[in-house]
Design a protein around this ligand. Sequence first.
Ligand code: ACM
Ligand code: ZN
Length: 509
Amino acid sequence: MALTISLVPQPVSIQYRQGLFQIKGLPPIQGDEVFHREIQVFKEQLQQNYGGIEAGAAAKIRCSKDLSLSPEAYRLSIEPETINLYAACGSGIYHGLQTLRQLILSEYRDGLLPLPCVNIEDHPRFGWRGFMLDTSRHFYTPDCIKNLLDALSLHHINRFHWHLTDDQGWRLPVPSYPLLTEIGSRRKNIKIPHHVYTGAGFYTEADIQDIVAYAQARHIEVIPEIDIPGHASAILACYPGLGCTGGPYQVEDRYGIFEDVLCAGNDAVFDFAAACFDALVTLFPSQYVHIGGDEVWFNRWNNCPKCQKRLAETGLSTARELQSWITVKLAKMLADRGKTAIGWDEVLEDTETYKLPKEVVVMSWRGSKGGIEASGLGHPVIMSPNSEGCYLDYKHYDAPEEPGNLGVSTVYQTYTMDPITPEMSNEAAALILGGQCNLWSELIYADRIAEYMTFPRICALSEGLWTPKELKDFDGFAQRLEVHQKRLDQMGLLQYRGYLGKTGKKRNN
Ligand code: ACM
Ligand code: ZN
């Protein structure tokens, strides 16, 4: 039996005590009625790996309420006869149960569960611990998404940013715009070596409700993104009147950034956005809707009479500023629906005249500078810098045979990314909601590859966002990761296992 326990993320405090908790079989569990759902999910998770817990045996794990704890906090006390878990509400209990699930996955062997007696006190450093999945470039099945969410929740990841639309496929049903799913969800196959990359599919309302409920049961909030006004080829292929030239357009079967974007001079674009937002508000309970806003090219707006007319009306002088005018309108439309907009960091640009509304959350992806600027201006910020390990589509290691795209994100970079940077004042730092890793899927053409790109970088992110800064220790993490990756093996996840990136360019560490 391990004398010490290895957890990822590292808890706030672990105190070892005398004695052992030692039982045959898996510990039966019971708790306050309010924790019924969390206990049920935990049982199902054990069922998946071990075929479940014997009914009727006396409870060994007890879940109880302690209102003195903060919402995501938990206290776990492993004693010789019982395991007591305390939290103020379901999210704390869920996190505590995931810590126990980790211990069971690594210590339960040959029908025995021996654990050292310990007290664990735990709570997160940041409230936003996110993962984004691009379901446009690759259509991931609902089962694949659920499998990922379940594994993410083992690490207390609590936000799923669902990138539902892009040039290469629209995946969201919008009742008054049926062509989006009839035409916009299908593209020509993309050919990459040894693989025909099919891109057809969309999520039905029932699929979305099922995924949202599955995530909620794991205390993960699902934040939908529709990416406008750029990355709009799939929209334009269905409704060419929403573009500046009228087309023809196609759902893209190439990768890159495309000059055809939604026309800033056409009011019908806002009817379209309203219909999308109405659909999102019905399907997603989250307070947030991500409106994209990245990588908009302005060439079409420069040459479009309608866009030029809009420029004159709005008192703006350059086409690029029209994006700020659009962002302000979209944020207001969401506010009218009780939602808060999130945008990629481009929404900060060209905002001298049409200022970005204070409540708009900025997601910093082109390094940290957008997040530093935005928090300085009083915006809430989520840090997801591509230069600091947050892009999971980048290779784990700089080698030709590694899967991935565009760059390298090592586990070490992900671990050391700190959403609060030295440049930030205390007021700015207080606006940092947390951080996120993003899995773009241009080259991630199979569910198993998504797992390989995600693990163990998301384990590193979870510790970077959960564990107090003063306890962060990469070498300790790397040691615990050896135990932890065996847990993920037991869950059947494909993982990267090479060089973690702390020193030089060695292959093995
Ligand atoms: C992005 O990576 N274009 C947000
Ligand atoms: Zn136009």
